[in-house]
Design a protein around this ligand. Structure first.
Ligand SMILES: O=P(O)(O)OC[C@H]1O[C@H](O)[C@H](O)[C@@H](O)[C@@H]1O
Length: 306
C-alpha cells in the first residue's frame, strides 16, 4: 500500500524505495528517505530532534513544519493574538485524499479549515490544502491558501498572510554552503537591536555558511538554490515563495531550545522558502499557491559555481 495511515500519521512509499512520513498534527513531514543514483539506498534527508514532541503537544522540532499565517512574532493586526509562526503547525489537519499513486509519484492532500480552537485567536475565513508528493529522488510540498470570504463589501475582505516551509535539512551544518545568494538583500535577525534587525544588508559571500549562529531573511531570492556539503546536497526550486530564511542556532541559541537535542545544531541547516517579507494578499474566492520541490543532488559540490 503506497499510502498508509495509522495513529495520526501518513506514510507514502514510492515503488523505487523512497518514503515520506507526515503527521496530521501540523501536516508536518517528519521523515523523507531517498537515495541518489550512485547510492540508491534510501537515506534520511531531514533532521528531527530526538527531544522533539511527536505527540501533538507542541510544534515538531524538525522535519518540515508549515508556517501560516504569520512568520515569527505577529506584525499584522489580523494576527495579533497568534503565537510565533501561526497555528498551521500546531493544528490537526484532515486527510483529504490520495491525489496520485503511480510509478511517477505518490501524493496526498491534507486540509485545514477554521475550528473553534483556531477561531479563538484568528477569525479570518480560509481554507488550506497541503499536497505532499513523493518521487524517487524528490519531495514536493504545495500549500494552497483560499480566501473563503463571501463578502462583496468594498474594500474587499482580503486575506493577508505569510507562509513558509520550515525545512530542517539533515546536513553537517559546519560544512554546508547555500547558493546563489550573493548580492541578495537580507535582514539579519541575530542583530541585537530592532534597528539592526530592520537594517537591510547585502550578501557579500559567494555562498552562505552557518558556522556561526545564523538567522537571515533573504528577500526576493532566486527561484532555485542549492544546499550542499562534501558528498551531498539538495536543490530547492520554488514557486510563489519569494523569500528564503536560513537558520541555524549553533550552540549559543540551540541550548536555549528545550526540545533541541544536545549538539543537534551540528546536524541540520534550516533553509526555509516562504513569503515572509510583507504579506501575500488574496481577494474573496481566490486561491494562492506556494510550492517547493526538493531534489537530492547526485553530483559532488560544483566548486566552480562558488
Ligand atoms: O522555535 P521556533 O518557533 O520553531 O522557531 C525557530 C526559528 O524559526 C525561523 O527560522 C526563525 O527565523 C527563527 O528566528 C526561529 O528561531
Amino acid at each position: 500500500m503506497p499510502v498508509h495511515q495509522a495513529n495520526g500519521s501518513v506514510i507514502l512509499t514510492h515503488p523505487k524505495g523512497s518514503s515520506v512520513e507526515l503527521l496530521l498534527y501540523g501536516a508536518t513531514v517528519i521523515s523523507w528517505k531517498a537515495g541518489t543514483i550512485t547510492s540508491p539506498e534510501p537515506t534520511e534527508r531531514l533532521f528531527v530532534s530526538s527531544k522533539a514532541a511527536l505527540d501533538g503537544s507542541k510544534p515538531v522540532r524538525g522535519g518540515i513544519p508549515v508556517v501560516f499565517p504569520c512568520f515569527g512574532a505577529p506584525t499584522h493586526p489580523d494576527h495579533s493574538r497568534l503565537a510565533q509562526h501561526g497555528f498551521a503547525r500546531s493544528q490537526v489537519w484532515t486527510f483529504h485524499s490520495t491525489v496520485m499513486d503511480s510509478d511517477a509519484g505518490v501524493s496526498v492532500r491534507l486540509t485545514l479549515d477554521p475550528t473553534s480552537s483556531i477561531g479563538s485567536t484568528y477569525d479570518k475565513p480560509f481554507h488550506l490544502a497541503y499536497v505532499v508528493t513523493l518521487e524517487e529522488h524528490q519531495l514536493s510540498t504545495d500549500l494552497h491558501v483560499t480566501n473563503t470570504s463571501t463578502s462583496s463589501a468594498y474594500p474587499p475582505d482580503n486575506l493577508e498572510f505569510q507562509a513558509l516551509f520550515h525545512n530542517y535539512i539533515r546536513a553537517p551544518a559546519n560544512q554546508v554552503l547555500v547558493f546563489p545568494l550573493q548580492n541578495n538583500k537580507y535582514y539579519d535577525k541575530t542583530e541585537t537591536t530592532e534597528e539592526g534587525r530592520n537594517n537591510v544588508k547585502a550578501e557579500a559571500r559567494t555562498a552562505v555558511d552557518v558556522r556561526e549562529f545564523t538567522d537571515s531573511v533573504y528577500e526576493d531570492a532566486p527561484p532555485q538554490y542549492e544546499v550542499t556539503w562534501p558528498g551531498g546536497g539538495v536543490k530547492i526550486e520554488v514557486k510563489g515563495l519569494k523569500d528564503v530564511v536560513i537558520w541555524n542556532p549553533q550552540r549559543v541559541a540551540g541550548t536555549k531550545l528545550t526540545d533541541m537535542e544536545d549538539g543537534g545544531w551540528e546536524k541540520f541547516v534550516c533553509v526555509e522558502p516562504g513569503y515572509v517579507r510583507g504579506f501575500a494578499k488574496i481577494e474573496p474566492g481566490k486561491t494562492w499557491v506556494g510550492q517547493q520541490v526538493i531534489s537530492v543532488i547526485h553530483h559532488e559540490r560544483r566548486t566552480n559555481q562558488l
